[in-house]
Structure formats: structure tokens, C-alpha cells
Design a binder for this molecule. Structure first.
Ligand code: F6R
Length: 258
């Protein structure tokens, strides 16, 4: 597949790869490049099914190529409310299991919102402050929901929203039910960084695979820029790249060939 760059009417670079595996390798390559250039980089990280193969590739690069995470700092996008960090569906658990336990990152340099915080509003404010104190996110990894959400900013989330408690939509609950015993076990609320928080990252990398994301990708890149499709707001960012596989690209009408 060709590597495309710069869509005509937006700042977004779009890279289309033939398979999910190649998409994941490309995304890992971009992250590894940024880590090598700035060893004490601040990464924004995502959970979910999409980044798993990318994280595997970063682990391989650490083990086989010496990619060094010893000075890397990370902040995750979101966490379920009411779930503790040792719950096997917590995003903290996911990150330890899929990445942090397998690389030389210092656990104290990794940050995930605390789903069990007594005062959730205070936790959200402290998280925003900590990101600022760290110098801001250098590169933010994003997945995309089938409804166009980024982090847990569901359709209609304000453009300027900050880290806060949100209600999950029925669509997201159903989409995430695959990770739980049943849909009724999926938490109804989450702590999430906001659209405004995400837009402050210096660089953004959105990854997507599968035909189930094709509609959200097409709306984000070619539909109106609107809070109804949170990922479309990314078109107003100056340094954003979408790395997607051809199934996720299948509803695009524009020419993205390089
Ligand atoms: C995860 C997150 C979510 C996911 C999105 C896609 O931290 O913020 O926005 O990126 O729901 O999830 P998957 O990759 O499971 O399709």
C-alpha cells in the first residue's frame, strides 16, 4: 500500500497500510523514532484492542534493538470509574500487562487515572496539573470508537473539555462488553482526559483497523468538523497522523495515495 500524506483540506497526514499488523508496525516505528530522539519523552497512551500489536512491537524493539524506556514518562487517556487498579479490566492492569511489565520503564513514571479515587473531581484536576508539570504530552496515541469517540469523549463532548467523569454511551458499553463477562458488568462511567486536553499534545497519532471503524474514520477525515464526531476535531490540530489499515480506510472517498 502507498504511504499517503496530507489530505487536501486538512492538516492530517494519512498513512494506509494493507494489514493491521503493518499498521501496528508503522505506529510503533513512529513512536520508537520519537523516543530515540527524546529519551525523556512524555507519551500519551491508549488501551483497547487496537494498540495491542503496536505495544508488542515496541516490546520487541526494546528486547531486540535496545529501545530504551528508562527515562520515558507516560500518561494514559482514561480509566473506568469504580474499578481498582488490580482489577483485570482496569486500564492500569491492561497497561502493565500489555506493555509496562515487559520494558524497562520505571513504574513511577507511568500514570493512569485512579478509578477508585475518593474524590474523582480532585483526581481529574490533579491529573491535568501533573501533565502540565511534566511539560505536556509530546506524542499522544489514540484509538477511535465506532461512534468517533476519542478517549471516552463520546459524541457531543465539548471541544474544550478537560479531564472529568463521564457517562459511557450504550454503544461504547456494548463495544467494550467483549472484555467483560457480560454487558451488565461494564462500568457505566469513566474518568477521561478531555478533547481539550488531547488537543494540547504536541503531536497526535491515531490508529485504527477493521471495517467496524471505517464509518468513524470517513466521518472524522471527510465529514464536518463537529463535536458530534470527536475525532473530527483533530483536523484542527497542526501535527496529527492517522495510521490505519485498508479495512478502516474502506469508506474514504478522497485520494490518499502518495
Ligand atoms: C482507550 C480509549 C478508547 C479506545 C477506543 C477504541 O484508552 O481511550 O477511546 O481507543 O474505544 O477501542 P478499541 O481499540 O478496543 O477498538
Amino acid at each position: 500500500m502507498k504511504t499517503a500524506v496530507k489530505t487536501k483540506n486538512s492538516n492530517v497526514k494519512v498513512i494506509i497500510r494493507a494489514t493491521s499488523e503493518e499498521m501496528s508496525k508503522e505506529a510503533a516505528r513512529i513512536f520508537a523514532d520519537r523516543i530515540r530522539k527524546k529519551p525523556n519523552i512524555v507519551l500519551g497512551l491508549a488501551t483497547g484492542g487496537t494498540p495491542v500489536k503496536m505495544y508488542k512491537e515496541l516490546i520487541r524493539m526494546h528486547k531486540e534493538e535496545g529501545l530504551d524506556f528508562s527515562k520515558v514518562i507516560t500518561y494514559n487517556l482514561d480509566e473506568y470509574l469504580g474499578i481498582s487498579s488490580d482489577h483485570d479490566q482496569s486500564y492500569r492492569y491492561f497497561m502493565n500487562d500489555n506493555l509496562f511489565n515487559h520494558i524497562n520503564i520505571k513504574k513511577e513514571n507511568t500514570h493512569v487515572l485512579n478509578g477508585k479515587a475518593k474524590d474523582a473531581a480532585k483526581e481529574c484536576k490533579a491529573y491535568e496539573d501533573a501533565i502540565k508539570k511534566a511539560g505536556g504530552i509530546d506524542i499522544q496515541l489514540l484509538g477511535i470508537g465506532g461512534n468517533g469517540h476519542i478517549a471516552f469523549n463520546e459524541p457531543g463532548s465539548p471541544k474544550a473539555s478537560r479531564t472529568r467523569v463521564v457517562d459511557l454511551t450504550e454503544k461504547t458499553i456494548q463495544d467494550n462488553a467483549r472484555f467483560f463477562a457480560s454487558a451488565s458488568d461494564v462500568p457505566r462511567q469513566a474518568l477521561t482526559t478531555g478533547n481539550g486536553t488531547i488537543m494540547e499534545a504536541k503531536e497526535i497519532l491515531l490508529i485504527a483497523d477493521k471495517a467496524s471503524k471505517a464509518d468513524a474514520i470517513a466521518k472524522s477525515l471527510e465529514g464536518p468538523i463537529t463535536e458530534k464526531v470527536p475525532a473530527s476535531l483533530l483536523r484542527e490540530h497542526k501535527n496529527v497522523t492517522f495510521v490505519i489499515d485498508k479495512d478502516a480506510a474502506s469508506n474514504l472517498k478522497g485520494d490518499y495515495s502518495g
